[in-house]
Write a protein that binds this ligand. Structure first.
Ligand SMILES: [Zn+2]
Length: 338
């Protein structure tokens, strides 16, 4: 099969690789209907994460079940499924509390920028759609696999709800879908922080009421100005840098909540800042599996269209160009057709 491999920063190639097979009785192999490049794939691409050997890339996936292991009961060959980037048993005490990404048996899923993917713990990880979805729903279902689920968790972690003022730090796909999530959860005012006009437009389409172009301390000052000097009730952090975390914490009012989902890179929070902030912090790898059934329903009913974050579509063979376009910010998110 064809698969996307990262050999070194900036060096992404589509190569022949063995088609995955069932290795454990709890595995499934799926034929991917669509794949994509994640903002977090750009960390190794830019050299911020070390690569010691060639890595099969991709952790977002939708597709049709091709084969299942002997112990798999919840999905069967021929079903269209959506899964999360962290495989979980969905039965342990942590899973049952809604934190499937912290499952005691969790396993990372990777290699989905390819024609086929092996998914461990298939019963707990995969959610089947009722029937094969229309082609126009596939990008949105793919978004649910990570960026929508992650934006959703950011909004939940930040306690977004009716009457709240929400600020979103980060205008990548996760930040933009955090805006969509905040709208769905009934936020009164949603401030998107973005300097890019195309992303600002999509943020507005997803429900942003205000745009702030400033960042860092200037961005915080602007949020304070827009909120009577108090700061936002809920701030979603979708970048993962020192600057973005401090921007999020400082833009939150006393007693408010930060939901942080940007993959943390060299963030070191000053204790005195935290102590005096009176801010709740909650975040981490999103328990996407918890939200998948509801998100799939919202998508299939046509209530939300998160697939709009894909502003470029390429054949799998052009994965290198997909990475380049996202690295150079020519595309928000690229969908790959296997
Ligand atoms: Zn579990």
């Amino acid at each position: 099969m064809r698969a996307t491999i990262m050999h070194a920063p900036g060096d992404v190639r589509v190569e022949d690789r063995d088609k995955p097979t069932i290795q454990k009785p709890t595995d499934a192999v799926i034929k991917l209907a669509a794949a994509c490049v994640c903002g977090s794939d750009l960390w190794p691409y830019r050299g911020a994460d070390k690569i010691s050997r060639p890595v099969p890339m991709g952790h977002e996936y939708v597709g049709v079940v091709e084969e299942v292991g002997a112990d798999v009961k919840n999905v069967t060959p021929g079903q269209f499924v959506v899964g999360s980037f962290i495989a979980s048993d969905n039965t342990c005490e942590i899973c049952r509390s809604g934190y499937q990404s912290g499952c005691v048996h969790r396993q990372g899923v990777s290699g989905s920028q390819a024609e086929y993917l092996r998914v461990p713990l298939a019963d707990g990880t995969l959610v089947a759609t009722p029937g094969i979805p229309d082609a126009d729903k596939v990008p949105s279902l793919l978004a649910a696999s990570d960026v929508l689920g992650t934006g959703w968790f950011a909004a939940k972690a930040a306690q977004v709800g009716p009457g709240k003022t929400v600020a979103v730090v980060g205008d990548g796909a996760v930040g933009l879908l955090g805006v969509l999530a905040a709208r769905q959860m009934g936020a009164e005012r949603i401030i998107a922080m973005s300097r890019h006009t195309d992303r600002q437009a999509l943020a507005r389409e997803f429900g942003a009421t205000d745009i702030v172009v400033e960042r860092g301390d200037a961005g915080v000052k602007k949020i304070k100005e827009l909120t009577g000097g108090l700061g936002a009730h809920s701030v979603l952090e979708a970048v993962g840098t020192q600057e973005s975390m401090l921007q999020a914490i400082h833009a939150t009012r006393a007693g408010g909540h930060v939901g942080f989902v940007g993959v943390s890179h060299d963030v070191s929070l000053p204790g005195r800042d935290l102590f005096s902030s009176h801010v709740h912090l909650h975040g981490g790898p999103a328990p996407v599996r918890q939200y998948l059934p509801d998100l799939i329903d919202l998508i299939l009913r046509g209530d939300i269209n998160p697939g709009k974050v894909f502003d470029l579509e390429l054949p799998l063979e052009q994965a290198a160009e997909a990475y380049k376009a996202m690295d150079e910010r020519r595309a928000i998110k690229v969908l790959l057709r296997p």
